[in-house]
Design a protein around this ligand. Structure first.
Ligand code: ADP
Ligand code: AMP
Length: 210
């Protein structure tokens, strides 16, 4: 099963991908998490990636497409994968076709902009694993600590009001037009209401998959 999760930043893609990864035993591939890991490095590439991520812009296609293709060619993707954060523009969507990667299902998590701000401003993540929490809607068992490792949770450097604004602008200009690319493609496309609580959204996704 090869699934693409689409939706505005903060719609809940990472949260749902984490759950589906466990439910279906498929790999959870988050380009945002990959890039945050790369941006920790002091190398030229790390610093370059960091400057794009921290300013809310998309990392150039030639960098991210290669990283993604390499990532999904790893053994843990043999059973399938769920893509969170890729593709983010039409060029990236076409690159999957060009690389001969077939997709079974596209699920679009639909949500209003007003809710996004609330979700992103309360988001806390475990940097090493990419696990995502929310101070109110999806709190960790122990305040400020990752449920599995007990390590510190952090606020993402791009979850600040001015960067959130930029990310939404990029989403509307570059990512949203890509929805039509998939709607017009011979591929299963489902739109679900992502404004409901985490569990309700998961149930809808699992119903589609099953
Ligand atoms: P994305 O990967 O789409 O950017 P996340 O999965 O990181 O979004 O979710 C953004 C924030 O909203 C996180 O803090 C997460 O805990 C929270 N969240 C995710 N899904 C829901 C939901 N259905 N209801 C309320 N909060 C949610
Ligand atoms: P995310 O974790 O999906 O919210 O992504 C965080 C940031 O990583 C984005 O704002 C971009 O700067 C970068 N990013 C993630 N995925 C991509 C992608 N597919 N193409 C370009 N940049 C990306």
């Amino acid at each position: 099963m090869r699934i693409i999760l689409l939706g505005m930043p903060g719609a809940g893609k990472g949260t749902q991908a984490q759950i589906i990864e466990e439910e279906l035993a498929i790999a959870n591939v988050s380009t945002g998490a990959i890039l945050r890991e790369v941006s920790k490095s002091k190398s030229d590439l790390g610093q370059k990636v960091q400057s794009y991520v921290n300013s809310g812009q998309l990392v150039p296609d030639e960098i991210i497409i290669e990283m993604l293709v390499q990532r999904i060619s790893k053994d843990d993707c043999n059973n399938g994968f769920i893509l969170d954060g890729f593709p983010r523009n039409i060029e990236q969507a076409k690159s999957l076709d060009q690389a001969g990667v077939s997709i079974d299902l596209v699920i679009y998590l639909k949500i209003l902009e007003e809710q996004i701000i609330e979700r992103m401003s309360g988001r806390r993540i475990h940097l090493a694993s990419g696990r995502s929490y929310h101070t109110t809607f999806n709190p960790p068992k122990v305040d400020g600590k990752d449920d599995l490792t007990g390590e510190e949770l952090v606020q993402r450097s791009d979850d600040k009001p001015d960067v959130i604004k930029k990310r939404l602008e990029v989403y509307f200009n570059e990512t949203e037009p890509m929805l039509d690319f998939y709607k017009n493609k011979d591929i299963q496309f489902y739109e679900i209401d992502a404004s409901e609580p985490v569990k309700a959204v998961t149930e809808k996704i699992l119903k589609i998959i099953n």
